[in-house]
Design a binder for this molecule. Structure first.
Ligand SMILES: NC(=O)c1ccc[n+]([C@@H]2O[C@H](COP(=O)([O-])OP(=O)(O)OC[C@H]3O[C@@H](n4cnc5c(N)ncnc54)[C@H](O)[C@@H]3O)[C@@H](O)[C@H]2O)c1
Length: 264
């Protein structure tokens, strides 16, 4: 277990914070007493509007998490006023289904893996130097299991989980805590296109972003690495680990049943 994270007086950055899970995290962190929450999003206008909705302790910034220079500039800008205690590396993208184009692989790799590497390079050394800090990486249950629909999404989310584990091993004894958020389906713009029968197709219920934020706050309070808002993801991961061939056969049956449904 890592160190428990407490919210009062903290400065927190949430990428992809203008919408969906990121917005719900920001809202909940403020309710828990955070001093300052920065919503950083590719959609700068929506980030500013979201921050205005959340009140004076929220700030909106335009940020492309795949632009290392822009990430460095934002860290510099935020830390001029207060050191960042928690960075939520949450921005994510979807692709079309199947094996994907080179452009799909490039985009998902940059957003789901390299963006976290940039934060690890640029912010974690500062946190180590001041003796503490927390990085939350939003991966996905697709990063522990699979996403039946999209190879680039599935593989890059596995990369995100692997990177989070690697960072936790590297920095755990330096006062840095890493958490890895792995939800199954959540009702956001990302999954809106799945349609009304999506939860049935996925064989599980969709959660609301606020439910995910609840799981995140509980896990951070406990200093836990792996955050599974859908408890069944833990059972499925155990089944996968205990008999890979059986798990693959089950996934093939699920794929046939679902006829190409997604599982972000
Ligand atoms: N919704 C789900 O079912 C689900 C399940 C598991 C994991 N996730 C993950 O949760 C995270 C949040 O997704 P969401 O469901 O809230 O989706 P969302 O589409 O509501 O929010 C994603 C946000 O990321 C921003 N973004 C995209 N590319 C960016 C970039 N290059 N730089 C900065 N911001 C960028 C978007 O503008 C958007 O505001 C993602 O990493 C996603 O992969 C979602």
């Amino acid at each position: 277990m890592g160190r428990p994270f407490t919210f009062p007086d903290r400065t927190i950055v949430v990428t992809g914070g203008a919408n969906g899970i990121g917005y719900a995290l920001a809202e909940r962190f403020l309710a828990e007493g955070a001093a300052r929450v920065v919503l950083a999003d590719l959609d700068g206008e929506r980030a500013a509007a979201a921050a205005a909705e959340l009140g004076a302790r929220a700030q909106g910034y335009q940020l492309d998490v795949t632009d290392a220079e822009a990430v460095a500039a934002l860290i510099e800008e935020v830390e001029r006023d207060s050191p960042i205690d928690l960075w939520c590396s949450n921005a994510g993208v979807t692709t079309g289904g199947g094996l994907g184009s080179d452009a799909d692989w490039d985009r998902t790799w940059r957003v789901h893996v390299l963006a976290h590497v940039y934060v690890a390079r640029l912010l974690l050394p500062r946190m180590v130097e001041r003796g503490g800090g927390h990085l939350l990486i939003t991966a996905s249950a697709a990063g522990l299991l699979t996403n039946i629909d999209s190879a680039p999404y599935s593989v890059t989310k596995h990369g995100a989980v692997a990177l989070a584990e690697w960072l936790a091993i590297l920095h755990g004894d330096e006062g840095i805590d890493i958490s890895c958020l792995c939800p199954m389906g959540v009702n956001t713009a990302m999954t809106a296109k799945d349609g009304p029968d999506a939860a049935t197709r996925l064989g599980g219920d969709y959660l609301e972003p606020e439910d995910v934020a609840q799981s995140v706050v509980e896990a951070l309070n406990e200093g836990r690495f792996l955050i599974l808002p859908h408890p069944k993801a833990a059972v499925m991961e155990q089944r996968r680990a205990s008999d890979r061939d059986r798990w693959l056969a089950g996934m093939r049956r699920a794929r046939a049943r679902l006829k190409g449904g997604s599982g972000r």
